[in-house]
Ligand binder design. Structure first.
Ligand code: PHE
Length: 382
């Protein structure tokens, strides 16, 4: 009631400030539905944020071109750069909520950044969807926090099985990034599963995101003669690690997770990565017609192949659009309830059902790096 009066006043142009602070925000003064997006547009994980934004733009532009939502309202995304940093993520999300009055949030990519900003969304009652943060703790922050991807216990199991059953290796070393929740979590899930499958961890070494010299850790790893090295990090460090490993005469395959997913991986690591494998969310080789249409449209718009991150973000935006439509409203609370009820939504990365923990249960793929190409090896169901 109060909200309607204020809206009417705001429409006359008289009391914009009053209107915005009094209303439970429902999407902006000129009737656009305002969605916040926060991502690493710069920094060592910049392709994550950039790909995320491309996926979101494609989904929103298509919905707007088709007439918008809720009787013609347009979606407008307000993008903020986190520089890939947790503190900055918190700052920009606070701004998007308090100053820009967004009704929902898409982001972040990296788990530590999502973990830093999720409490702000939760406390303000703004639903947040991460397209790709896989650490289990992210959605545990509260009932406003969602993701549309699988989580790391599954991803760790997939690579442990791949190593033990497909590559048939028994002795693996681990090199983890102790600065990110993602890498620390995935290390634990991989170790636990690989040991259960009869494998042995020859040694564990660590680094911090931003490091450039990995010679000491790699020398220590080499001295134990592992048959493979598991490196659940992000692409910039992984590329450097691969080069330095080969220089030291380490020839065994390097294994990793979705954090490797970037066209920059090959640019940085080059041939040192040939014959290495990582788990991921999707592969452009998947015949799923929604993915194939996305790949064609993406190529026409941006050139090149979309990475899994772009496809996931496209799906996150589609799921949000679907929720707003089903809610019949752009109020944060109704969006949250509709998101929670998402079932069998046909996405580019597979069918998406949000479970009671606000996660999605989906297949993973294993990809082989070969001469600048990321080749599909196998798909693993949960
Ligand atoms: N899963 C990673 C994390 O949680 C982020 C990521 C997802 C990176 C998909 C690339 C592709 O930190």
């Amino acid at each position: 009631m109060r909200c309607n009066i204020l809206k009417t006043l705001a429409a006359t142009g008289a009391v914009m400030i009053l209107g915005l602070s009094g209303c439970k925000k429902d999407g902006g003064s000129n009737n656009d539905i305002l969605i916040g997006e926060y991502g690493s547009m710069t920094g060592s994980t910049a392709t994550f944020g950039q790909s995320n934004h491309k996926g979101v733009e494609m989904a929103f532009d298509a919905a707007n071109a088709a007439g918008g939502l809720l009787g013609g309202r347009k979606l407008r995304v307000l993008l903020e750069d986190t520089q890939g940093k947790p503190e900055e993520s918190q700052v920009v999300v606070t701004k998007l909520i308090n100053s820009d009055r967004v009704v929902a949030m898409i982001g972040e990519v990296a788990s530590s950044n999502s973990l830093a900003a999720a409490p702000v969304c939760q406390q303000n009652g703004i639903p947040m969807i991460s397209a790709s943060s896989t650490n289990p703790k992210v959605t545990e922050v509260g009932d406003y926090i969602f993701r549309i991807c699988f989580i790391d216990p599954f991803q760790g199991l997939v690579m442990a099985k791949f190593a033990a059953n497909t590559l048939k290796v028994k002795r693996i070393a681990i090199l983890q990034d102790v600065k990110t929740d993602y890498s620390v979590g995935l290390t634990n899930f991989f170790r636990e599963n690989f040991i259960k499958l009869g494998g042995e961890i020859t040694s564990e070494e660590s680094y911090s995101q931003g490091d450039k010299d990995f010679n000491a850790q790699l020398t220590a790893i080499k001295s134990k003669n592992p048959e493979a090295i598991y490196i659940p990090g992000y692409y910039t460090e992984v590329g450097l690690i691969a080069r330095q490993a080969r220089k030291l005469g380490i020839t065994v395959p390097l294994l990793g997770g979705d954090g490797w997913d970037s066209e920059k991986l090959w640019e940085i690591g080059g041939e040192a990565l040939n014959g290495c494998y990582y788990s991921n969310h999707s592969s452009t080789d998947d015949p799923n017609p929604i993915l194939q249409k996305f790949v064609v449209d993406y190529k026409a718009r941006y050139g090149g192949q979309p990475d899994a991150m772009a496809a996931l973000a496209y799906d996150a935006a589609l799921v949000l659009i679907d929720a707003i439509k089903r809610a019949g409203s752009a109020s944060p609370d109704s969006i949250r309830m509709a998101l929670a009820a998402t079932k069998n939504f046909p996405g580019a990365t597979g069918s998406i059902t949000i479970d009671e923990h606000r996660n999605a249960v989906k297949n993973a793929v294993v990809v082989e790096v070969r001469n600048g190409k990321y080749l599909f090896k196998e798909s693993v169901a949960p």
